[in-house]
Write a protein that binds this ligand. Structure first.
Ligand SMILES: C[S@@+](CC[C@H](N)C(=O)[O-])C[C@H]1O[C@@H](n2cnc3c(N)ncnc32)[C@H](O)[C@@H]1O
Length: 183
């Protein structure tokens, strides 16, 4: 789950930034709703595409027995279901990749949100061409006890030293925020 500060940043990027929004791992929609509110208030039509594998999660505070169903329910409850295209699948599946490539063109994404598993590099390899130069990236679990943190941090550091990512700062509990540099 993302801290309120990060949800506000997502809202801000969606409202004031340019380009479409691609999200991997929305869970039951906190970040998706923040992005959809920002996009709606930007006054510019934006595509929001969010990829969720689904399943169930025994979370202490916010559990879900059917993640995809709860995600759809929450988007409807907050009045944004029409503005978000949901894909029920893993980000690295061929069907997901081709669906996204049909909806988004090269350099069209201005905000990329990653809060899924431990392999952000895999998804940047898949979708990097779709990101604009200077696209904002929000990558959760960069620090801390979460098992995803160490591999994510190593991958982000490597991408920073390769000149593909530019760090901006750390927010909330452990979220890395920065920008993409197109080759
Ligand atoms: C930590 S939760 C996301 C929380 C959400 N960003 C929020 O602010 O409430 C991670 C989610 O990513 C999903 N997920 C994990 N790996 C995935 C992948 N490769 N593709 C799509 N979804 C994935 C899980 O099912 C889970 O719902």
């Amino acid at each position: 789950m993302l801290h309120l500060d990060v949800l506000l940043l997502i809202y801000h990027f969606a409202k004031f930034g340019s380009g479409n929004i691609l999200e991997i791992g929305p869970y039951i929609g906190g970040s998706t709703i923040a992005a959809a509110f920002g996009a709606r208030e930007s006054g510019t039509p934006k595509k929001i595409i969010s990829v969720e594998a689904g399943g169930r999660l025994k979370h202490r505070r916010i559990p879900s027995r059917n993640i995809f169903k709860d995600l759809k329910k929450n988007l409807t409850r907050f009045g944004v279901s029409e503005s978000v295209t949901l894909i029920n699948g893993y980000s690295y599946q061929e069907t997901t990749i081709s669906a996204i490539q049909q909806m988004l063109g090269r350099g069209e994404v201005g905000l990329f949100i990653f809060d899924a598993d431990d392999n952000v590099r895999r998804d940047l390899d898949c979708y990097g061409d779709l990101l604009a130069d200077c696209c904002w990236l929000v990558i959760d679990d960069y620090f801390g006890p979460c098992v995803k943190a160490a591999p994510r941090q190593a991958q982000v550091k490597e991408l920073v030293s390769d000149g593909r990512l530019v760090p901006f700062g750390f927010y909330g509990w452990s979220t890395w925020v920065g920008q993409w540099r197109q080759k």
